[in-house]
Design a protein around this ligand. Structure first.
Ligand code: C5P
Length: 262
């Protein structure tokens, strides 16, 4: 009987993976949006997590989902929620006639575990965008641009060049101290945003890794799994609503833009 060497098996697996990837790309990938809304939002200091706070009479989470559906009405939505808010969100959507079909998923202990739970609902051969629910100010033009570019690269990450001078400091019981020997070259620093978009094979495989505290976004998980990332410049106004000040900013930004673009 003819036996395959390990190298030959490896080559066959790689070849099959490439064939599958080619088929997915030719057939067109189904778009999935994973909306990350399972955080507790403690930094906001509000009585409910920030994704459920209303801006202009609408929950931040609804605003975010609607923005994507405006561009791709048939996109599949996976909404990741805190366990305690699943019933609340179901009722909110019913009361507001927000009838878009959503797959509701229970969040995990960290963002990593929340994404892992959501990926279980995403089939192979799809294009997966992971977006923070608390970034409702993304523009429809940017959503279109990033999805179009993401078709042809396995992992696409929006980033914003750092404009501030950065300091590395230690917090010593509330007092900030200079960290010795730490200087930061601002020209190489960028802030990562969402949505980060991946071919499903790439992100599903990356999320089989064990949790690491350095995983603060999906890009860091995929990079640690040995995959290359592509980048594009994001949007300054696609801010992550984190503190009360951000709400003030969000209201100001919303008042500046006409309803068609924001
Ligand atoms: O905590 P951080 O600000 O990085 O959260 C970014 C996004 O991830 C938020 O939209 C938050 O709701 C979500 N998240 C989550 N599950 C967690 C922690 C955060 O879905 N366990």
């Amino acid at each position: 009987m003819y036996k395959l060497s390990i190298n030959e098996i490896g080559r066959k697996i790689t070849k099959n993976k490439l064939i599958l990837q080619y088929i997915f790309d030719v057939m067109g990938r189904k778009k999935y949006l994973i909306v990350m809304a399972a955080g507790s939002g403690t930094r906001m200091g509000a009585e409910m997590p920030k994704q459920f706070i209303e801006l202009e009479g609408k929950a931040v989470l609804q605003m975010t989902i609607e923005k994507f559906l405006k561009v791709y009405p048939d996109m599949k939505i996976v909404t990741v929620l805190p366990e305690d808010y699943m019933e609340y969100w179901r009722n909110y959507c019913l009361e507001r006639n927000f009838g878009c079909p959503q797959i509701l998923v229970k969040g995990g202990i960290t963002r990593f575990h929340s994404v892992q739970n959501a990926l279980a609902k995403v089939p192979e051969g799809s294009l997966v965008a992971v977006h923070d629910a608390v970034r409702p100010l993304i523009s429809v033009n940017f959503i279109r641009e990033i999805f179009e570019k993401a078709e042809s690269v396995p992992a696409l990450i929006p980033v914003i060049p750092c404009v501030d001078t950065m300091k590395v400091l230690h917090d010593r019981g509330g007092q900030l101290m200079t960290a010795q020997g730490q200087s930061v070259d601002r020209s190489v620093l960028y802030g990562a945003q969402t949505p980060q978009i991946f071919h499903s094979e790439v992100i599903k495989d990356a999320y089989t890794q064990a949790y690491d505290t350095s995983f603060t976004d999906d890009a860091s998980v995929v990079l640690k799994n040995g995959k290359n990332l592509s980048y594009l410049i994001g949007e300054r106004f696609n801010i992550k609503l984190t503190t009360q000040d951000d709400l003030v900013l969000a209201k100001a930004i919303l008042s500046l833009y006409d309803a068609s673009s924001r």
